[in-house]
Design a protein around this ligand. Structure first.
Ligand code: GAL
Length: 375
């Protein structure tokens, strides 16, 4: 995966600086929409020596007319997704704070169905929106989506579900006004694993077999976030020299109820051998917690549980000790960067083809700070 991580400057009085557990590196965490200026994103740098035949570069998307007149189409893969609800709410607020009119921002629900979303994109093209922000249902549909949006000469900002490397290369090769905004899911997986490593094998290896026995609850398997979190959470353990035993690895599709059933079954099957529950997101960790409590187990005492996203409810559990930790998936930074990228296309400033952001590790000592920020 090509990672041209840019520094995303979110200079504002509301910025809090959080210390990342990894290498004590400092990372800026962004603030809610109000009073936050648009981030500056450097103009796109086309890659040299590309093989694909260069199509005509897209024309500059717009003059620098008033943003209040610009129409923004936003496609979300599924409104019922907790994290994407935070994301789209913040995105809309921030777009309005930057000068777009609420009436000109249309956000639609793909209902987790690519055909539905493709129809919505066709409608946006027919309506003549000035810019599109798309959270694809299937990342593998990005090529088709890009082709029709580019053909309509509409700039495109992908969010949350990263298209493949080949697809991103086409944007650069053809100098298209297409970019992706998101975090590197490998980092979130690594942070999850590190939170378990930091507890120490003595504490985690309750059955005394010398290994960390875990169950994994995955999000949508087509999604690179799910793939990387699954891989890198375990890799952090093995990189630290720990032996691991995977008792169960199942798909919960980011959903709390599915995770609850998966973890309830795994606990019934493996009982006290389950030492750690890794969930690819917090919604599923909350479902896992219900199953853990129903099985009479106690997080922090006889089992450990980690998620990703830093949903308020998960942060409250981390504070209370009923979740071991989570990872802040910064929806402020990502939604602001996506809006800023849209603005950069509209003003003709352009963007890099990849705009990254950092995750933040959240254990009990950090939970209140992050909760204050997300609430
Ligand atoms: C992830 C997030 C999940 C889910 C998913 C949707 O980044 O952690 O909770 O929202 O995106 O693609």
């Amino acid at each position: 995966m090509k990672k041209k991580v840019l520094s995303i400057m979110m200079a504002t009085a509301m910025i809090a600086t959080l210390m990342m557990g990894c290498g004590n590196k400092e990372t800026p965490a962004s603030a809610p929409a109000a009073d936050t200026p648009a981030a500056e994103t450097p103009a796109a740098e086309p890659e040299a020596d590309t093989e694909a035949p260069a199509a005509d570069a897209q024309e500059p998307a717009a003059d620098s007319g008033s943003l209040a007149d610009k129409k923004v189409g936003v496609c979300i893969y599924q409104f019922s997704d907790n994290f994407m609800t935070l994301f789209r709410t913040e995105l809309e607020n921030y777009l309005i704070a930057q000068g777009f009119s609420k009436d000109n921002i249309k956000i639609v629900d793909g209902a987790n169905d690519q055909a539905t979303q493709s129809g919505q994109i066709d409608n946006f093209i027919a309506e003549g929106v000035d810019v599109l922000i798309i959270n694809p249902v299937n990342s593998s549909s990005a090529e088709t989506i890009t082709d029709k949006v580019v053909a309509a000469n509409i700039p495109l900002v992908y969010i949350n579900r990263e298209p493949g490397e080949d697809e991103e290369k086409r944007w650069a090769d053809n100098d298209w006004n297409v970019t992706y905004v998101g975090c590197d899911a490998r980092q979130s997986g690594t942070f999850q694993g590190e939170m378990i490593v930091d507890l120490g094998l003595e504490k985690v290896d309750m059955n005394g077999n010398g290994k960390v026995d875990y169950i994994m609850v995955e999000g949508d398997p087509e999604n690179v976030d799910a793939q990387y979190r699954t891989e890198f959470s375990v890799k952090a353990l093995t990189d630290a020299g720990l032996e691991v035993e995977c008792l169960s690895d199942q798909v919960g599709n980011w959903q709390q109820d599915q995770a609850q059933a998966i973890v309830a079954n795994a606990l019934a099957q493996y009982g006290n051998d389950v030492e750690v529950v890794f969930c690819n997101n917090d919604a599923m960790a909350l479902g896992a917690l219900q199953a853990i409590e129903a099985a009479g187990r106690t997080v922090g005492t006889d089992i450990y549980l980690v998620g990703v996203d830093a949903l308020s409810e998960a942060l409250e559990n981390v504070l209370a000790g009923t979740m071991t930790g989570t990872v802040f998936n910064d929806h402020f930074s990502q939604s602001h960067s996506a809006a800023d990228a849209a603005i950069n296309y509209l003003t003709g400033a352009g963007n890099e083809h990849y705009i990254g952001c950092d995750y933040v590790k959240v254990t009990q000592d950090k939970a209140q700070e992050v909760l204050d920020m997300v609430k």
